[in-house]
Design a protein around this ligand. Structure first.
Ligand SMILES: [Fe+2]
Length: 443
């Protein structure tokens, strides 16, 4: 172990220890914090970040196991374990204020997981990460909301001129991928959450979920799937470089404004390329997401498309069509598919589109339907074998009265059939909150 790592650990240990011994504000607390700050700042002159971790109950410094760490730095280990933190990562740019806040949190109230992250966020800590040991698996809603949070942070950092770290993005994409394999209906249902005000964030997450589900259906290898998921999550990150009033403008854009919008694929791909540890395919997929199959989109290019970029283009179009926008009423899933089919072979690769439509189903999860009995419900699961007979959660009875305890009906096992789709806007049901509730109940 190098001298500097020894000094840093020693100083962190005494900072934490002093927290235990002295009341808040006591000068004996500030001294070791300031010293730690000095040591870490010096070390960060040569490194991008410093990581102190726990691996198999042993302390590590920059991936090196620390011999006798439990005896030499017991407070570091104890406070990390108490908060369920398995790594502290200091990044260049960390301030003494951030460091003080982190020590306060580590030595403070017993918080873990999301609470811990919230505290870091409230205290304005952005250059020091406390990585939590996963506390069991998160449910799909937590994963969905976590993904929205990741996109929000990434775009926020880009707006401030920073290059975001790729780790949180990769981790959340892994989580989404896992859910796409274990509980695809539930996570696809959540793509019905269309947040009008935070359109860009929810849209990015929805596109990532759908592109991953499509990739899964197409049997993509793991690395390709990961690249698609990350690129889909970041596909519009370049919009941070386009003025907000242009992005949100209702109605027609001037040709100059339109030119600005058309820059976002290139801007986004440049951001992805500058991020550490992202596969270079990701930048390319972002660059290509509006080019379209027949190259009628933008940016104009004659070079051939990466075979995976269509997964993002198609998922992007579907989510955009099914969302309420300033210039558009949302299309129902069935209508959206019809519209997209009209562009098969033009905007969309016919094979990829076919795979998408097959994956999303004749009546996709989230479609409101009326049955032969006049009951109305929402499609919650698909039956792969009998696509026209999915599982429907009945919300309104034959008389149109709200059912007190909604129940699921597997149409493949009854003689009830779907007669038509229903526009949810004509009912009192909000699809987003319906699926949020579904996901919360599924825990
Ligand atoms: Fe875009």
């Amino acid at each position: 172990m190098s001298d500097s790592s020894e000094l840093i650990l020693k100083s962190i240990n005494s900072a934490l220890k002093s927290k235990k011994l002295y009341p808040p504000g006591h000068p004996a607390i500030a001294a070791p914090v300031n010293k730690t700050f000095q040591l870490i700042s010096d070390e960060l002159k040569a490194l991008n970040n410093i990581a102190i971790g726990i691996l198999h109950e042993t302390l590590t410094f920059e991936d090196t196991l620390i011999q006798d760490g439990d005896k030499l730095y017991p407070d570091v280990l104890q406070y990390m374990a108490d908060k369920n933190v398995d790594a502290i990562i200091f990044e260049r740019g960390a301030t003494v204020k951030e460091l003080t806040a982190v020590f306060d949190i580590l030595a403070g109230q017993p918080v873990q997981g999301k609470e811990l992250q919230r505290e870091l966020h409230t205290k304005g800590v952005t250059h020091i990460t406390l990585k939590s040991v996963p506390m069991g698996k998160r449910n799909v809603l937590e994963i969905y909301n976590g993904a929205v949070e990741v996109v929000k942070n990434v775009m926020g950092e880009v707006r401030m001129g920073k290059i975001p770290r790729s780790e949180p993005i990769k981790t959340i994409v892994d989580e989404i991928t896992e859910t796409v394999f274990s509980d695809q209906n539930a996570i696809l249902g959540l793509t019905m959450i269309k947040n009008y005000d935070n359109y860009l964030y929810n849209h990015s997450v929805n596109v990532s979920i759908m592109a991953l589900a499509l990739g899964r259906a197409m049997g993509l290898p793991k690395d390709d799937l990961h690249a698609v998921g990350v690129a889909a999550l970041l596909h519009d990150v370049g919009k941070t470089g386009v003025a907000e009033n242009i992005i949100r403008k209702p109605g027609g854009l001037s040709s100059e404004e339109w030119e600005k919008i058309k820059e976002h694929p290139l801007l986004g791909s440049n951001i992805a390329k500058r991020m550490n540890g992202l596969d270079e395919t990701i930048g390319r997929l972002i660059y290509e997401h509006h080019i379209k199959y027949d190259h009628s989109g933008y940016p104009q290019t004659t070079s051939s498309l990466h075979p995976l970029s269509q997964l993002i283009t198609i998922s992007d179009a579907y989510d955009a069509l099914t969302t309420l926008r300033v210039y558009q009423q949302p299309h129902s899933p069935v209508e959206a598919i019809k519209v997209m089919n009209n562009f098969s072979g033009r905007h969309f690769n016919p094979d990829t589109l076919k795979a998408f439509i097959n994956m999303i189903g004749v009546y996709p999860v989230g479609t409101m339907v009326r049955l032969t009995t006049n009951e109305v419900g929402i499609v919650t699961k698909l039956n792969a074998e009998k696509q026209e007979s999915p599982v429907v959660k009945i919300l309104y009875d034959a008389e149109g009265v709200i059912v007190e305890n909604p129940f699921e009906l597997d149409l493949s096992t009854t003689d009830k059939e779907i007669v038509s789709t229903v526009n949810p806007a004509t009912t009192s049901t909000d699809l987003g909150s319906f699926f949020e509730k579904e996901a919360a109940q599924a825990v």
